[in-house]
Design a protein around this ligand. Structure first.
Ligand SMILES: [Zn+2]
Length: 83
């Protein structure tokens, strides 16, 4: 996986993740369900996403769920966010 190939994907991802987090935060139990099934394996892969392809944990779903969790606790996003 090269960073060059991911260049445009990162731009799209930057808008998609906060949007998806808002959708997930508005859906009761969605964050808990997502975090319950998207767990890291001993190899560092996502147990749910890696059934067909190897996807590293935290996967996109976990990142969305964690963002939704923070948004629910802190309605105003922190200006300091680890990327
Ligand atoms: Zn996953």
């Amino acid at each position: 996986m090269s960073d060059q190939q991911l260049g445009s994907a990162h731009v799209a991802d930057a808008g998609f993740v906060p949007w998806a987090a808002r959708v997930m935060a508005a859906s009761p139990g969605a964050v808990e369900r997502a975090l319950a099934i998207h767990t890291p394996t001993d190899d560092g892969l996502c147990a749910n996403c890696s059934q067909e392809d190897a996807i590293w944990w935290p996967c996109t779903v976990v990142r969305i769920a964690e963002l939704a969790q923070r948004a629910a606790v802190h309605p105003t996003p922190s200006p300091r966010q680890a990327s």
